[in-house]
Each structure stands twice: as structure tokens, then as C-alpha cells.
Design a protein around this ligand. Structure first.
Ligand code: NAI
Length: 470
């Protein structure tokens, strides 16, 4: 029996839809299967995009409330219209998901809506979603799993998306809670905690470990906690939540020190559970066809993203590593280019990670702790935004740039930024790292004045003690 497609991609998130587009560009007859009724996956529907829309809106609100006056702009009668803010977020999501539909049509990719199960290599059954496809079975030479990840639940704290919410519920609270307790000081906790704090909630973050944003450079974590505390966010570090009791108007959380000790209670209006995400493999039929998973449930793949079962590939959150849309996209492109007979490669050392708080946090490459552990000798160059003229003009001076370069070769090994537009600024260093460039390379490149990127150049100069403006 002949195949319906050369490639079927399961999951239409950034990993899946980008893989499908690249495959179609390479001449593969391609289809995508999605269980949601819209394309774009977690990122577009209930993740990166709606959260960034709310981060932007709530930042404007806080600026108007607290910072405009510094610029000589006095406003009276400032009022929050939360419904309008949530509506704008929904419109942004709707526009972008429609954009993906357009891209599918443009690239002649068939979209099938429903839940996919792999029956055997080369064959997939789809259970219909109410709105679209009827139950059906499709055949393809290759299958690419790009099903992403889902919220990790916390025992004893059952999510009901009203008083105890996941990131999904936290994007649509119908009113600003008086108090919000966030469990987990990771990316989601700090971003969504910032949104609701800016809009007026009293936010407490309960974190199991002793550092916020664990895994980031320790100097960045410590400074970020200090900055967020100054903004009004409260932290309970080294603490675990063991139970949640839901009453009509509030939630009572039981917490205790991580290392054991006396229990105490937090009474709060709303709880956000943000303790990480887990791979989405349920219902795919992987056990039956013998696809290997690792101990944590991630699909095991080789460097070509091939699973142990011939013709079945996987990319993105479901294979582990950094759970980032851009990492999934790049893996998808490499995977289908290899499938189409080309070569491809990813440098996992130069994948940026960004936290869209204000100031933003951006990081790529090795942290100081990683270099020390590996016994690598390095130079660290630091430059504060307080000494950057553009940041001063913008009255936005919190944070610094830190560049780490190899002591012997001067090659850039890592960059860590807290600061305005850190997520955009880091790209310069990512590019330099991808080309194996040195701190000297960055220092000798002309940077426009007055500009925030000058802080990158100054940090590069600082690796050899030659900063000009400090
Ligand atoms: P995360 O892994 O970033 O942080 C989870 C935090 O919860 C950690 O600090 C961890 O120590 C803590 N934790 C775990 N169990 C706990 C417990 N029982 N009690 C208290 N604290 C506990 O996970 P998060 O924030 O849920 O994000 C999930 C994924 O989504 C991450 O991989 C993240 O990179 C990605 N993401 C990326 C964004 C971006 O690129 N801007 C935005 C949002 C999410």
C-alpha cells in the first residue's frame, strides 16, 4: 500500500510546524496532526505569546503608574481595564495562530485535527476532534513526534484553574487577586508573578531551592532576586509546599523548610503551580511499538533525532534539554534536512535563554559555575547598565552584562545579562559564539552610540581590564 505522505509531523507547536514547513520546502509531501483546534502549540496558544502580551501590557501599566512621573508626565485617573488587557492578549494569539494556518496552506501542508496514535512504524490513527476531522488512518514514510510538554503536577496541590492555577489559568484570571502565591521561582513563576504584581497583587514566590532561576549563573540569580524583591515580590526560599486546602474565597497552603522542620501556613487568594514541565508522550502508542524513553519519560533520540524505531523521529521538549521554542524549531529543521538527504547540526552551547521580566534576563553558553567545575580558566568582564548612556537616558539602569572568555584563547564561552532588552542584546553574543569569536572581536566591532549594545562591547573590553566608561 502506498504512503499518503513522505512525512507526518505530530504536534503543531513551533517545533512541529517549522519542521513541516522546512520539509515541504525540501519537496516532501507533508502533513501535520494537532489535537488542539488551533495551530501553534503551547507557545502560541497558552505559553510564550499570551504571556509576553500580558508582560508588555502590565509593564505599560506599571510605567504609567510609577515611572511616567520621572519623565515629567503626570497623569490622573489611571485605571486598569483588565478585560481589555486580556482581550488584546487573545487577539494577539488569534492573529498569530491564523498566521500559522496561512503558512500551512502556502506550503501545501495538510492539517489533520485530532489525537494521533502511532499504530506501527509508518501508520498513524487519528481520533477525531469534535470540530474537524473524522477518525482516520494515515500512512507515511517517516513520522516526526513534536508533541512538546505539559505542566508538571504537584502532589497535594490539585490544579482547578480557578483558585489553584497552572500557567494556563494564570493567563486569564478574571480579576487581579489580592494575593497570589507562586510555587516555583523558575521562568514561568517569575514572569507570571511579575504580571500580577504589576497589576496590584501581593505576590509571594515559594521556591524549593535556595536560588531563583536555578541553573542560571549564580550571580545573575542572586541579583535578580534582589531586583524583584525591590519591586515588591516576596520570596520564601528553601521551602516546600506539602498541601493545599481550598476554601470558598481562598487557599490555605501548608509549607515547610526543604530540609525539614516546623510546618507553617500561607493563606492566599490564588496559587500558581509552576514547578516545571514534563514530556507529552501519553496516548502516542510508544510503549506498544517499543520507542525507548529515558528515566524521566523523554523520548531517546540519536544525533539525527531518530528514535530506536526506524522511521520514527522526535524533536523539541519531548526529547529533553532546554524546553524552549527556538531550540525545538532548530532541532526540527536539522531533523528534516537530514531526512531529505542534507546535513544539519545544532550548537547547544549557543542557544539563548531569556526571561521576560523587567529587567529581562538573558543567558547563553557556560555559567561561571560550569567553567569552575570543568576546570576551565576564564576571564570575566562585567559592565553595569548604570554606566551606559542610553540606559541612563531611558531611566532604565538596573542590571549588568557579564562576558566570560577563555583565559588562553579569549574565545567567548558565555554571556549573562540582566538589563533592559537583555533578550535582544544577547543575540550579538550568540552570533559571535556561533562563529567561535573572541571577546577581542566584540571589543573591536563598532557599536552605535548611544546604544544599549555598547554595554556588551564594554563587558568584552572588561575581560582584559580595558572598559572605557567605568
Ligand atoms: P522551571 O524549571 O524553569 O522552574 C521550576 C522551579 O520550580 C524551579 O526553580 C524548581 O526548583 C522549583 N520547584 C520544583 N519543585 C518545587 C516544589 N515542590 N516546591 C517549590 N518549588 C519547586 O519551570 P517553569 O517555570 O515551570 O517553566 C517550564 C519550562 O518552560 C522551563 O523549561 C522554561 O524554560 C520554559 N519556559 C520558557 C520561557 C521563556 O523562554 N521565556 C517562558 C516560560 C517557560
Amino acid at each position: 500500500m502506498s504512503n499518503d505522505y513522505d512525512l507526518i509531523v505530530i504536534g503543531a507547536g513551533p517545533g512541529g510546524y517549522v519542521s513541516a514547513i522546512r520539509a515541504a520546502q525540501l519537496g516532501l509531501k507533508t502533513a501535520i496532526i494537532e489535537k488542539r483546534e488551533t495551530l501553534g502549540g503551547t507557545c502560541l496558544n497558552i505559553g510564550c505569546i499570551p504571556s509576553k502580551a500580558l508582560l508588555n501590557s502590565s509593564h505599560h501599566y506599571e510605567m504609567a503608574e510609577k515611572e511616567f512621573v520621572l519623565h515629567g508626565i503626570n497623569i490622573s485617573g489611571l485605571k486598569l481595564d483588565l478585560n481589555k488587557m486580556l482581550e488584546r492578549k487573545e487577539e494577539t494569539v488569534a492573529d498569530l495562530t491564523k498566521g500559522i494556518e496561512f503558512l500551512m496552506k502556502k506550503n501545501k501542508i495538510d492539517c489533520h485535527f485530532g489525537k494521533a496514535t502511532i499504530i506501527k512504524p509508518g501508520q498513524i490513527s487519528i481520533r477525531s476532534s469534535e470540530k474537524y476531522t473524522k477518525n482516520k488512518s494515515l500512512r507515511a514514510a517517516s513520522i516526526l513526534i513534536a508533541t512538546g510538554s505539559d505542566i508538571t503536577p504537584l502532589e497535594g496541590v490539585k490544579i482547578n484553574e480557578k483558585q489553584i492555577v497552572s500557567s494556563t489559568g494564570a493567563l486569564s484570571l478574571s480579576k487581579v487577586p489580592k494575593s497570589l502565591t507562586v510555587i516555583g521561582a523558575g521562568v514561568i513563576g517569575l514572569e507570571l508573578g511579575s504580571v500580577w504584581r504589576r497589576l496590584g497583587a501581593d505576590v509571594t514566590v515559594v521556591e524549593y531551592l535556595d536560588l531563583v532561576l536555578p541553573g542560571m549563573d549564580t550571580e545573575i540569580s542572586k541579583n535578580m532576586r534582589r531586583i524583584l524583591t525591590k519591586q515588591g515580590m516576596k520570596f520564601k526560599m528553601g521551602t516546600k509546599v506539602t498541601a493545599a486546602k481550598v476554601a470558598k474565597e481562598s487557599v490555605n497552603l501548608t509549607v515547610e523548610p526543604r530540609t525539614g522542620g516546623e510546618k507553617s501556613h500561607i493563606q492566599t487568594d490564588v496559587v500558581l503551580v509552576a514547578i516545571g514541565r514534563s514530556p507529552n508522550t501519553k496516548g502516542l502508542g510508544l510503549e506498544k511499538i517499543g520507542v525507548d524513553l529515558d528515566k524521566r519519560g523523554f523520548i531517546t533520540v540519536d544525533e539525527d533525532f531518530q528514535t530506536n524505531v526506524e522511521g520514527i523521529y522526535a524533536i523539541g521538549d519531548v526529547v529533553g534539554g532546554a524546553m524552549l521554542a527556538h531550540k525545538a524549531e532548530d532541532e526540527g529543521v536539522v531533523c528534516v534536512e537530514i531526512l531529505a538527504g542534507q546535513t544539519g547540526h545544532i550548537d547547544y552551547d549557543s542557544i539563548p535563554g531569556i526571561v521576560y521580566t523587567h529587567p529581562e534576563v538573558a543567558s547563553c553558553g557556560k555559567t561561571e559555575e560550569m567553567l569552575i567545575d570543568a576546570g576551565v580558566e576564564y576571564n570575566a568582564g562585567k559592565f553595569p547598565f548604570a554606566a551606559n548612556s542610553r540606559a541612563r537616558c531611558n531611566a532604565d539602569t538596573a542590571g549588568f552584562v557579564k562576558i566570560l572568555s577563555d583565559k588562553l584563547t579569549d574565545r567567548v564561552l558565555g554571556c549573562h545579562i540582566i538589563g533592559p532588552s537583555a533578550g535582544d542584546l544577547i543575540q550579538e553574543v550568540v552570533n559571535v559564539m556561533e562563529f567561535g569569536g573572541s571577546a577581542e572581536d566584540i571589543a573591536r566591532i563598532c557599536h552605535g552610540h548611544p546604544g544599549l549594545p555598547e554595554a556588551i562591547k564594554e563587558a568584552a573590553l572588561a575581560t582584559s581590564g580595558r572598559s572605557i566608561h567605568i
